[in-house]
Design a protein around this ligand. Structure first.
Ligand code: PMP
Length: 432
């Protein structure tokens, strides 16, 4: 098929429900760049939405996957243990944010893994209700659509969804219109007019009793909801509420995990122990793989045969995952994240001080960073479009006017400088 016809063919034959950022077709990817069929090379600050975190076609990951594909692709997890599945666990164990997290179950996608966490929480506690955060994103299956509260479009017209899901406010002080209560937009429990801890306590009194509530599920950094890191005090108080009420704390690290925030898992910034941790995306740098990890006595409440899935923990994906864990060691990935993060934060903060009428908030952790624009002017989409013109891919997020940046964790100083130059130029052009 001629190159010019490819995109047209896609528009005709691919489901419209899949939204698309770029109109061109991607041919290949290498490191921090993707190349379109036209030959146009684009700097990729999306990483396939936070998946190809070590850059496209990371050589060691590709090599490991190729080698495994020649040995054994699929023998199914309910048939027998497979070597890469077990060796992946061996690689992940030392990376876990708490030593109690020692028993794994692998799935394919983030949504499936979130649902696996819900199943485990319900089964282990013999309780049914789940509390999620307003603004959270957990996926597009019926269970996770019910848990997703970042945008109505994800659930609109798909009801009935999974019942028993309740939402509580996520502390998001930058958006509080009564900011004078807290003064500086920072969480201050004494003055907060909508104290999120109090709201959670009220939810447990008004709508879902602790004796009916199996788990509280939280993203340590709200992802699709706007790249908002959770307030440390809030997370600690949620842990206390869970402990007091025999409720499990589930952290969804699908987007924030595997180095994205400058630590292996975002929860490490907070020193809070999760009962169940959900992971996906960066775990295998693009090969479909997700999972949950918990403590053995919790995991082993489930009966043999009640868990599994045809493709769950695919051998090629697991081999890729082992190579990812090794790359974190060999290539000092976290060190790079923290240095590049400072460069990026510095540049974004400068944009905020240079364009105070346009840039409203700059936030995030590591290389999970965002710029929120003053609302109502469509700034994020305009800056995004300008970046595209300048051969750079960037994503928006949340119901607020926000751009999020998800560059590769091993991006070079030069490519980061190039990206920051493009973003700055785009903001200047939109502001003019
Ligand atoms: N949880 C979070 C925090 C996510 O960011 C996502 C995906 N954006 C999911 C769950 C769902 O993952 P998947 O799309 O692989 O089902």
């Amino acid at each position: 098929m001629s190159l010019s016809k490819l995109a047209e063919f896609g528009t005709r034959h691919v489901a419209r429900g899949i939204g698309r950022l770029a109109t061109e077709v991607i041919e290949s990817g290498s490191g921090s760049y993707v190349t379109m069929t036209s030959g146009r090379k684009m700097l990729d600050f999306t990483c396939g939405i936070g998946v190809a975190n070590l850059g496209h076609c990371h050589p060691a990951v590709t090599k490991a996957a190729q080698a495994q594909a020649g040995k054994m692709v699929h023998a199914q997890v309910n048939i027998a243990f497979q070597r890469p599945y077990l060796e992946l666990i061996q690689s992940l164990l030392p990376l876990m944010p708490h030593k109690s997290l020692d028993t794994f179950f692998f799935w394919n996608s983030g949504s499936e893994a979130v649902e696996a966490a819900v199943k485990l929480a319900r089964h282990a506690t013999k309780k049914q209700n789940i509390i999620v955060m307003q603004g959270s994103y957990h996926g597009r299956t019926f269970g996770t659509m019910a848990m997703t509260r970042s945008k109505t479009i994800y659930g609109e017209n798909y009801a009935p969804l999974m019942p028993g899901v309740f939402a509580t406010p996520f502390p998001y002080c930058a958006q509080c219109s009564i900011a004078s209560h807290c003064g500086d937009g920072k969480y201050n429990a004494e003055n907060c007019c909508m104290d999120p801890v109090e709201q959670l306590e009220l939810l447990l009194k008004r709508e879902t009793a602790p004796s009916d509530t199996a788990a509280i599920v939280i993203e340590p950094v709200l992802g699709e909801g706007g790249y908002v890191p959770v307030v440390p005090e809030y997370l600690r108080r949620v842990r206390e509420i869970c402990d007091r009420n025999n409720i499990l704390l589930v952290v969804d690290e699908v987007q924030s995990g595997f180095g994205r925030t400058g630590k292996m898992f975002a929860i490490e910034h907070y020193g809070v122990r999760p009962d169940i941790l959900v992971m996906a995306k960066g775990i295998a740098n693009g090969f479909p793989l997700s999972g949950i990890v918990s403590r053995k006595e919790l995991m082993d409440t489930q009966k043999p045969g009640s868990m599994g899935g045809t493709y769950a923990g695919n051998a090629v994906s697991c081999a890729a995952g082992i190579a990812v864990a090794q790359a974190f060691k060999d290539e000092k990935i976290l060190e790079n994240v923290n240095v590049r993060s400072e460069e990026m934060m510095g540049s974004l903060r400068k944009a905020k001080s240079d364009f105070p009428d346009m840039v409203y908030d700059v936030r995030g952790l590591g290389l999970m960073l965002a710029v929120e624009f003053v609302g109502g002017k469509g700034y994020a989409a305009k800056v995004q479009a300008k970046c595209m013109e300048k051969d750079m891919l960037i994503l928006t997020t949340s119901i607020y006017d926000t751009l999020r940046f998800i560059p590769p964790l091993n991006i070079s100083k030069e490519d980061m400088a190039k990206g920051l130059g493009i973003i700055r130029g785009a903001i200047e052009e939109v502001a003019a």
